[in-house]
Structures are given as structure tokens and as C-alpha cells.
Write a protein that binds this ligand. Structure first.
Ligand SMILES: [Zn+2]
Length: 373
């Protein structure tokens, strides 16, 4: 316990002296000293400043060894795959993204294995090597990390964790994409000092990740945050989930694309943003509608959670201000002003890497827990 506490403070405040650690943690100096020695032996921290005498006496400071090991995070989307290799502070060493178009389970396995092998080949030498792999998927993942349901996908591998663990012999964690994204923003994003945040991922569908009092809220079975399926119109069209008039039928990226005329339905996100930048009226209208529909669900979420921040993860929202501005105007006209003024509406600061970084944060938390206990 003490060792973990000390390591956490070094992580937050690096570089830090033994005396400052003792002050912050309330542990006596000999306890701090013996735990610090163990952490140095474990290669998790190192000393700087020793022996530098010019300019007066400098205290020996302790620094977290971010290169003690490496972690892999992979976000498997409906039509993309995004992988990162990071050090133990979540700094990205390598990044690989590719488009997926309705792959089979066999193809997904092949692409995943090739990507992980490639990262391992390019990983720098380190005391711990690869400490784990985090994977996230756009579907229901239960509390045993089994994939239960993936609504928008052709492929399905229930025990992805076991499959990857038996190939690479490192701890593997599988998480829902929106939950992972929320963890990413909480650990590495601009909201890392916030305790209560809601992360909304708008893609082919809509997923929500909920952080309450610094903890991911997963629900009893791990299925919380399926707010893409909250009812916006009780007489609305039938959704694949069984309900009618679900939010994601109106406010997802798929709904946005469907709103364009036939020959424009296959526009890329990049093309949409380019045309918006050129003041293409049809695209600007479509984006304004998109923002309107997003704001309807957001109003419900704001009223439910009273969070410090709501983070919107979507390539178009992050690249062109019209959607976010429409959302802000619409939400402020619908939500009680006290509630609205207290909650920040922010585009994701981590962008498309948010879920993969969140998967990495889960790996790192496990690694630091295991190595300090
Ligand atoms: Zn639905």
C-alpha cells in the first residue's frame, strides 16, 4: 500500500524529493526511504541531481521511469482500427491506423496479430518489455471482459482477451470503446483533474462513458452508458436494439451521412469538413441539423449527471466549429441556466486516440498495481 501511494505521488509530482514525499504522504522518512529504494531496485523510478554541486546544493530528486516498459492500446471501430504503442506515461511511440470494411472474425484476428507483432518488433529495450495490451470495441463487454454484443459489426469474437493472451503471453484487457475513451480523457486529457466527466463518442453509433468520483461507472454487468439508445421520439423509426426513435438514429455520424442526397452519402469525414470550410450550404445545413440532434440527447445527459464536463469525441466536431456552436446554443436554450453554466462542453482533447489511450491507461493501472504489491 505504502509503495503504491509513494509511486502515485512520484507519478503526479515528478521530480520530487524524499522529504517532499514524506510531507505529502504523511509517512515517516525511514518508510519513504525503504520504499523508494525498492522502487529504484524495481526500475520504476530513478534519481537525478546527485553530485551536481555547481550553483549550490541540489537535492536528489526522484523521477518516474516512463521507459521501464511499454503498453499497446488498440481501438477496433466499426470501419477503422487504430493502434498505439506507448511508454508508461502514455506518450505515443508508434501509431498505426487502418480502414476496415466489414471484415470477418478471421480477418480481424489476422490484422490484430500482425499489428501487435509489428509494435513488439519496434518496441525499445526495457526492463519490463511489453506490460500489457488493451483493446476496445464498439459493443457490449461484460464484467468478465467477454464481448456480448456488437450491433454494427459483421465479426464477433466472444473471448478476444483469451485469444490475444494466449498468443502474446501478457495481460490483456477488453473494454467498451466509450468506457475506454472516458478513461483516456480522465487519465491523459484536459479533464484529468476533473472528478466527474461524461464522454460521448459519436461514430456509426453513439456510446457514452461515465466517470463518477474519479471511477468509471460500468453498471452491474458492465453495460452502462448505452445512451445512444435513449428514446428521442417514441413514435420514431425502429432501431436495431428493439426500441424506437433512439438518439443514435438521429445524431450519429451514420445519420448525418444518411441525410445527404444519394451520390453524397459516401462522403468521407475529411470531405465533409473541407466542404464546410468552403461554405457549402448543403453541408453547413446538414451539420447544423446534426448539432441540433446531438443537443437533444445532450440535454437529457446534462440533466441526468450534473457533471463538470461533457466531452464530445467526433472527427467532424473536432475539426469544424459549426456543430459544437449549434449544440451550445441549442443546449443553453433547453437546460436550466444554473446547470448549464456549471458544465463545460468540450471537444475531445485526445481526438481519435482517446479510446486507445484509455485502453493503455487500464493496462498501466494493472501493471503499476501488480508491481507495487
Ligand atoms: Zn436503439
Amino acid at each position: 500500500m505504502n509503495q503504491k501511494l509513494i509511486l502515485n505521488e512520484i507519478l503526479k509530482n515528478s521530480p520530487i524529493s524524499r522529504a517532499a514525499l514524506s510531507e505529502i504522504t504523511g509517512l515517516n522518512k525511514s518508510t519513504v526511504s525503504s520504499q523508494v529504494n525498492e522502487l529504484i531496485e524495481k526500475n520504476l523510478i530513478f534519481e537525478i541531481g546527485a553530485g551536481q554541486s555547481s550553483g549550490g546544493r541540489r537535492p536528489v530528486m526522484l523521477v518516474f521511469n516512463k521507459n521501464a516498459g511499454y503498453s499497446i492500446g488498440i481501438d477496433i471501430g466499426v470501419d477503422y482500427l487504430n493502434g498505439i504503442l506507448t511508454d508508461l506515461e502514455g506518450n505515443i511511440i508508434l501509431e498505426k491506423a487502418s480502414d476496415l470494411s466489414s471484415p470477418s472474425a478471421g480477418e480481424v484476428k489476422e490484422i490484430l496479430f500482425a499489428l501487435i507483432h509489428d509494435f513488439i518488433i519496434h518496441m525499445p529495450d526495457s526492463p519490463y518489455g511489453l506490460v500489457g495490451i488493451g483493446i476496445c470495441v464498439p459493443g457490449l463487454v461484460d464484467s468478465n471482459q467477454k464481448i456480448i454484443f456488437m450491433p454494427n459489426l459483421e465479426w464477433y469474437i466472444e473471448d478476444l482477451q483469451l485469444l490475444i493472451e494466449s498468443e502474446f503471453n501478457v495481460p490483456v484487457f477488453v473494454e467498451n470503446e466509450a468506457n475506454a475513451g472516458a478513461c483516456g480523457e480522465k487519465v491523459f486529457g484536459v479533464t484529468k483533474n476533473y472528478e466527474n466527466i461524461i464522454y460521448i463518442s459519436i461514430n456509426v453509433g453513439i456510446g457514452v462513458g461515465i466517470i463518477i468520483n474519479n471511477e468509471l461507472y460500468k453498471g452491474v454487468n458492465g453495460f452502462s452508458g448505452e445512451m445512444g439508445h435513449m428514446t428521442i421520439d417514441f413514435n420514431g423509426p425502429k432501431c436495431s436494439c428493439g426500441n424506437r426513435g433512439c438518439w443514435e438514429l438521429y445524431a450519429s455520424e451514420k445519420a448525418l451521412l444518411d441525410s445527404f442526397s444519394n451520390d453524397e452519402k459516401n462522403m468521407s469525414r475529411k470531405e465533409i469538413v473541407e466542404r464546410a470550410n468552403k461554405n457549402d450550404v448543403a453541408v453547413l445545413n446538414a451539420l447544423q441539423n446534426f448539432g441540433f440532434y446531438v443537443s437533444i440527447g445532450l440535454t437529457n445527459i446534462l440533466n441526468t449527471f450534473d457533471a463538470q464536463a461533457i466531452i464530445l469525441r467526433n472527427n467532424i466536431i473536432e475539426s469544424h466549429p459549426i456543430v459544437l456552436n449549434t449544440i451550445k446554443n441549442e443546449v443553453s436554450s433547453r437546460v436550466n441556466s444554473h446547470l448549464e453554466s456549471m458544465c463545460e462542453l468540450l471537444p475531445s482533447s485526445l481526438g481519435r486516440n482517446a479510446p486507445a489511450l484509455g485502453a493503455v491507461s487500464i493496462v498501466m493501472e494493472h501493471f503499476l498495481n501488480v508491481t507495487t504489491s
